[in-house]
Write a protein that binds this ligand. Structure first.
Ligand code: ADP
Ligand code: MG
Length: 297
C-alpha cells in the first residue's frame, strides 16, 4: 500500500491513501468546494504575540485553516509550539494580534455559548457531586433544576457513571473525573468542541477506552472538534484531519486527511497497516520539528 505525501504551504499538504489533496474548504465526500455555511471554524493569517521576560515574542503566526461542520480535527506539534494558544483564540478566551478567527460564521470576540472547552486539568467543582457538576452548565443555559438534573442523569449514564451521581470529584478516579467533564460539556450539545490534551494525564489503557468513548459520543451529534494532543497515535486514531504545527513560533506545517473507516475501534486500529503507514508519513515531518523544539529549550 502506498501513501502519498506532499507538503506545501499552510493547510495545503495532505496524506491520504489515494494521495487526494485535503485542501481546506473542500468537501470530504463530494470533492466540491464547501460553502461558507458548512465551515464551522475559520482562521485567517492569525498571529498571537506575548510579552515575555525578553520582550515580545511570537507564539503563533501565519496560521490559516478551516474546519467543516462535524469534522474532527486534531492538532499535533512539539511542546510550546502554540497549540493551547490556538484553542484559546478559537474559544474567544484571547484575541489575535493579527488576522481573524471565525466560529459558526461570526468573528469571535468573547466566549461563546455554543462552544465547549475541555482542558487537561478537570474543571470540576470539588464541593459539588458528579450530578451537580454536570447539571451546572445546563442551569447556566436556562434549563430548570429538574430538567438539568434529568439531562445530567442521562449523560452520566451514557459515560458509564450511573452509580456515581452522588460522588464528589475526590472520590472518583482520574478517568472517571474526565468522564464527568465530558458529560458536563456534551450535555449542552455544543456545536463546537475544543479539547486541550484532555487525556494526557491518564494511564494508557484508560486513555484508549476514553478515546473510543469520545468517538461514540461524538458520533451522536457530530460537533466540530478541535482536539489538541502531543500523541501522534491519538491524533490519527481520532481524526478526520491532522494538523501538524512547527516548533515555536507555531505555524501549520501540514494538513493530513486520515482516510480510515468509521466507526473505529481504536484498540485494533493501531495495528492496521493503513494506520501505521499514515503514522509513519506524518512522523517523518513531525520529527524534525520535535528536534528543533528540543534544541530551542
Ligand atoms: P503548547 O500548548 O503547544 O505547549 P502554548 O500555546 O501553551 O504551547 O504556548 C506557546 C508559547 O507561548 C510558549 O512559549 C508559552 O510559554 C507562551 N505563552 C502561552 N501563553 C502565554 C501567556 N499568557 N503569556 C505569556 N506567554 C505565553
Ligand atoms: Mg498546551
Amino acid at each position: 500500500m502506498s501513501v502519498n505525501l506532499s507538503l506545501g504551504g499552510p493547510a495545503q499538504a495532505s496524506v491520504t491513501e489515494q494521495g487526494e489533496r485535503a485542501t481546506t474548504g473542500q468537501g470530504q465526500d463530494s470533492g466540491k468546494p464547501a460553502t461558507s455555511a458548512a465551515i464551522a471554524i475559520r482562521l485567517t493569517n492569525v498571529k498571537r504575540m506575548f510579552s515575555g521576560a525578553r520582550g515580545k515574542f511570537t507564539a503563533i503566526e501565519n496560521v490559516s485553516f478551516e474546519a467543516r461542520q462535524g469534522e474532527f480535527l486534531t492538532v499535533v506539534g512539539p511542546s510550546g509550539c502554540g497549540k493551547s494558544t490556538l484553542l484559546t483564540l478559537i474559544s474567544g478566551l484571547s484575541q489575535p494580534d493579527q488576522g481573524t478567527v471565525e466560529v459558526l460564521g461570526k468573528q469571535v470576540n468573547g466566549i461563546q455559548k455554543d462552544v465547549g472547552f475541555i482542558f487537561q486539568r478537570d474543571a470540576l467543582l470539588p464541593w459539588r457531586t458528579a450530578l451537580q457538576n454536570v447539571a451546572l452548565p445546563l442551569r447556566f443555559r436556562g434549563k430548570s433544576k429538574h430538567e438539568a438534573e434529568e439531562l445530567a442523569r442521562s449523560w452520566l449514564a451514557r459515560v458509564g457513571l450511573k452509580r456515581f451521581e452522588a460522588s464528589y470529584p475526590h472520590q472518583l478516579s482520574g478517568g472517571m473525573r474526565k468522564r464527568v467533564s465530558i458529560a458536563a460539556t456534551l450535555s449542552y450539545e455544543p456545536r463546537v468542541l475544543l479539547m486541550d490534551e484532555p487525556f494526557s494525564a491518564l494511564d494508557v489503557e484508560t486513555r484508549t477506552l476514553m478515546e473510543n468513548d469520545l468517538l461514540h459520543l461524538w458520533d451522536v451529534n457530530k460537533p466540530t472538534v478541535v482536539f489538541i494532543t502531543h500523541d501522534l497515535q491519538e491524533a490519527i486514531g481520532l481524526a478526520d484531519r491532522v494538523l501538524v504545527m512547527t516548533a515555536s513560533p507555531g505555524r501549520i506545517l501540514g494538513d493530513y486527511r486520515v482516510d480510515l473507516m468509521r466507526p473505529r475501534e481504536l484498540t485494533e486500529l493501531r495495528f492496521d497497516e493503513k494506520f501505521v503507514a499514515i503514522q509513519h508519513s506524518i512522523w517523518e515531518h513531525l520529527r524534525a520539528e520535535v528536534l528543533r523544539a528540543y534544541e530551542q529549550q
